[in-house]
Write a protein that binds this ligand. Structure first.
Ligand code: MN
Length: 487
């Protein structure tokens, strides 16, 4: 990950005189330094802006600074907001309005007009908020005392979403082969996606990957096998098959690194010259932060990479997932998610096992894969679909459980969950919205973060929660359709 940082831009005006402005600047500096200790990325104090030009200058600088992933503004004092128009009109970075106050308390005995002048966020932040509302700017508003843990957590979460934006705008996706034949939901407008989300989605021949695989040395395979054995439990005697996966992983990684790609897709229908569908090869690459999508699903691959980048330490517990089958027994209703092979071990409850089994689909040799159970906990599943003319991001709250049966003959990694608001309504909502069978499942990234990301990307966001009904969702989608046609 890059060394991302956020800029703290404070609004004021000359009316207060140099003494007050000096205090504002000092306090803003103190707040940025103090907040940086608990935030995932540094908050750098930039300026106490008093003029249109100062604001334009700092925003121009932010736009061009590779490390600046967003700006956070605050109005300790009153900053007449017409002076923000020219700057804001050109802002190309994510923007958060922190509505906070330097002092926590109103000091009963000491409060006088000097104190009032220096604790004016209550009206300064309203003037400041108006202009962004008037200009219809995408923004995050976070209100609360800046030293409060909950406030800091929300700023940190937003920062991670903003890093997801920066990451998205530079993301390159490597496709090996096309999408699975005839499948609709994995298709999409790659030109529109690049305009909106920044992704460069291009294809490379599987034959070139095979050439790279043939050039991998035995020493390289030895090193990769040692890495597997350090992280995973070798639960097979078929070492040659695992070594073949190691060779695939090294070759895929070399090609992606050569092109600067951080996500890839392939399809079992196009493995010409390869003996196995990449299993552990894809899983281990995901564990390192690369995005992956099966059956040529480049959208879910890119979303996996982005959500990983938004997670803890720039590589959170997020994974390519697929709705597979249901347990419809009253009182124990669950969804079972898995894939043919490729589920990221970042979801695992315990050390994954390396196993070799036949694939049951396609015409290749039995591949080695990691088998494990997903961990228990609250999570989300996310699907990006192309609605024709716009992109829709669908997010559903779920609760992952320890699988209620051990399924000893299921040869793949599995996650079991309860969808919100309940299994049947959850399915009806997901299908109503057009959500795919592929998704990104994340324990690390929240629905609010995905909403913020979608807003910054200017795409539609649909959230299925414990309170969603089919009726309310249908209404929302109908209105969204109208709104997005007008946009
Ligand atoms: Mn699939």
């Amino acid at each position: 990950m890059k060394n991302y940082e956020f800029w703290f831009v404070v609004g004021s005006q000359f009316l207060y005189g140099p003494e007050v402005l000096d205090i504002v600047a000092k306090r803003a500096q103190e707040m940025a330094a103090e907040l940086s200790k608990s935030l995932p990325y540094p908050l750098v104090y930039k300026v106490t802006a008093k003029t249109n030009k100062e604001i334009r200058d700092v925003i121009r600088e932010a736009n061009f600074d590779e490390n600046c992933a967003g700006i956070i503004t605050w109005c300790h004092t009153f900053s007449p907001s017409k002076m923000w128009i020219n700057g804001f009109a050109n802002l190309q970075k994510p923007y958060c309005h922190l509505a906070t106050q330097y002092n926590m308390e109103i000091p009963n005995e000491e409060i006088d007009m000097d104190f009032m002048n220096l604790n004016q966020a209550a009206h300064g932040d309203r003037e400041h908020g108006f202009i962004a509302a008037r200009m219809r700017m995408p923004r995050k508003i976070i209100a609360g005392y800046w030293k409060e843990e909950g406030v800091q957590k929300r700023i940190g979460d937003w920062m991670k979403s903003a890093v997801g934006v920066a990451f998205s705008k530079q993301l390159k996706v490597m496709r090996f082969g096309d999408n699975m034949r005839e499948v609709a939901v994995t298709e999409g407008d790659k030109v529109e996606v690049q305009i909106k989300l920044g992704w460069e989605v291009n294809t490379w021949p599987v034959g070139e990957l095979v050439e790279y695989m043939n050039a991998v040395t035995e020493e390289e395979v030895d090193a990769q096998m040692a890495a597997y054995e350090a992280k995973y439990e070798m639960a097979t005697d078929d070492i040659a098959t695992v070594r073949y996966q190691a060779r695939e992983e090294i070759a895929i990684k070399k090609m992606m690194d050569r092109e600067g790609c951080l996500a890839f897709s392939n399809t079992f229908q196009d493995l010409y010259g390869m003996e196995q569908l990449p299993g552990i090869a894809s899983q281990d690459l995901m564990a390192q932060g690369y995005g992956y999508g099966g059956e040529g699903d480049w959208k879910v691959s890119a979303m996996t990479a982005i959500m990983k980048a938004m997670g803890e330490n720039g590589n959170g517990a997020s994974a390519f997932m697929e709705d597979y089958t249901y347990h419809l027994v009253p009182g124990a209703k669950n969804s079972l998610g898995a894939h043919m092979l490729e589920v990221c071990p970042s979801l695992a409850a315990a050390k994954p096992r390396i196993e070799v089994h036949p694939l049951g689909i396609g015409d290749r040799q039995p591949p080695a894969r990691l088998v494990f159970e997903g961990k228990e906990g609250d999570a989300i599943v996310v699907s990006l679909v192309d609605m024709g003319g716009r992109l829709r991001l669908i997010c559903q709250d779920i609760h992952c459980v320890k699988p209620i049966m051990d399924m000893p003959n299921l040869p793949v990694a599995r996650v079991m969950w309860q969808a919100m608001p309940d299994l049947e309504t959850g399915i009806e909502c997901w299908i109503t919205a057009g959500g795919a069978h592929h998704s990104v499942l994340s324990y690390d990234v929240s629905a609010e973060q995905m909403k913020d990301w979608a807003r910054m990307m200017d795409i539609e966001f649909v959230h299925i929660t414990k309170d969603t009904t089919v009726e309310s969702l249908e209404k929302e989608l109908f209105l969204n359709d109208l709104a997005w046609k007008l946009k």
